[in-house]
Design a binder for this molecule. Structure first.
Ligand code: FE2
Length: 423
């Protein structure tokens, strides 16, 4: 007897009429038209069953703090960093944990069951690190939270930066972060990349650096990051986040850079909602979009994922933990409007992001964890277009969240009343 049998599902790869058999929290079988005894059966009615959403870039220590102690007036990255600096002395562990847990509730409701969050290690008290380690333990039964030691003030620029970051790793933070473009000089930025990659290599950790989050075409730390990944044999274990300067780089230089990133196995995470908001702020008109070169990176064979980055914090006052909203913005900013391009945007918040996080057992195949989302959409394109309702969210075969289908009751003159499915 199976624990759960889902029938008549459409999968992201286009297969229809599929049955997904679940036993012991894992997918036992994925077959067209299978029927078998099960404790629970669910007819998907031809709707899309996708692996759960994955956010490969977030800041959970700052989330839901919008307006504390004030809002970002200029809307720039630098005022956001200054504002976060004003907020840090006021942070308490209890309030931070409460906000992070509230965000995780939103995430689960939206089918987002794995999040890589950076956590600021600049404060020697490591209050945010301890708080997010506590959140990680608390949410472990329903959400995978991976933490990145993130020296927001610059690992070399701030006093005790290296020591604080290493102490955070000692406490159990999973990934080594960095912010080379915020170090005092280009040389210091490059030195920070080298140092942090060496720390990660020695400790057997993954790397995920905020890299070149500016409109400066000469901010080229991604080159150093790719070189160090290759030199240290860390192919497939290193991610460059944001990489917005690539938007403004000279095309000839990029033609040399893309193969280097691909060869080094460095993944790139773009954050469309934040990049379109924070970049180009020093421009008059025309204003640059600022997001990195997503389709070109993908075409070069680089694993590119989309992150949410911020939700209601010093940098961004919008957001709701909806990775379909992230994909929706990503396809607009990158002009990835072909059917193939839209599907790649869906993969950027699912399979590509799972690869960035090195998630095990991810996907809808026999042997994978039974962690998936039933969407009120017939395929990934419709899912993004509608930011479709997450009808049911399962993790390891267990129902975590359900939301009623979005419908509208219409009362149209001359046509009577009817209920319309929203699409
Ligand atoms: Fe970030």
């Amino acid at each position: 007897m199976l624990d759960l049998l889902i029938t008549n599902a459409t999968l992201p790869d286009g297969r229809t009429g599929m049955s997904i058999a679940v036993q012991g929290g894992r997918i036992a079988e994925v077959t067209a038209g299978l029927d078998a005894p099960a404790h629970e059966k669910l007819d998907a009615q031809g709707l899309l069953l996708a692996p759960h959403f994955v956010d490969p870039h977030f800041h959970m220590d700052a989330t839901l703090s919008y307006g504390l102690p004030r809002v970002n007036e200029s809307g720039t990255l630098l005022e956001g960093i200054a504002l976060w600096g004003e907020l840090k002395p006021l942070l308490t562990a209890d309030a931070l944990i409460e906000r992070a847990l509230a965000y995780c509730d939103w995430a689960v409701a939206k089918g987002l069951l794995a999040v890589r969050s950076h956590v600021d290690t600049s404060d020697p008290s490591l209050l945010a690190v301890d708080a997010l380690l506590e959140v990680k333990r608390k949410v472990a039964p329903y959400l995978d939270l991976q933490l990145v030691a993130f020296p927001q003030d610059g690992v070399l620029r701030s006093h005790g930066g290296v020591e604080n970051l290493e102490r955070a790793l000692d406490k159990g933070v999973d990934v080594v972060g960095g912010i080379p473009h915020f170090e005092r000089t280009m040389a210091d930025g490059a030195a920070s990349v080298k140092l942090l990659c060496e720390i990660a290599a020695q400790r057997g950790k993954l790397v995920d650096m905020h890299c070149d989050e500016s409109d400066d075409p000469l901010s080229r730390h991604i080159e150093t990051l790719a070189f160090e990944a290759q030199r240290l044999g860390m192919q497939g274990r290193v991610t460059g986040s944001h990489c917005t300067s690539m938007h403004s780089m000279d095309n000839y230089y990029v033609s040399k850079l893309l193969p280097l990133i691909a060869q080094s196995g460095v993944a790139v995470v773009a954050n469309p909602l934040i990049n379109i908001t924070l970049q180009g702020r020093h421009d008059t008109y025309p204003k640059r979009r600022g997001m990195t070169r997503v389709p070109e990176l993908m075409a070069a064979g680089v694993n590119v994922a989309f992150g949410h980055d911020c939700v209601m914090d010093p940098w961004y006052g919008m957001g709701s933990g909806d990775m379909l909203e992230v994909a929706h913005m990503g396809l607009h900013v990158a002009q990835m409007t072909s059917q193939a391009g839209i599907r790649q945007c869906f993969e950027a918040v699912t399979t590509h992001a799972a690869r960035v996080m090195h998630l095990q057992g991810y996907g809808i195949e026999a042997g994978c964890e039974a962690s998936f989302v039933l969407l009120q959409a017939r395929d990934p394109v419709e899912a993004i277009r509608l930011r479709a309702t997450r009808l049911k969210v399962f993790r390891k075969g267990q129902l975590l969240a359900q939301t009623p289908a979005a419908t509208a009751a219409l009362h149209l003159p001359g046509r009577g009343s009817e209920t319309a499915w929203m699409r």
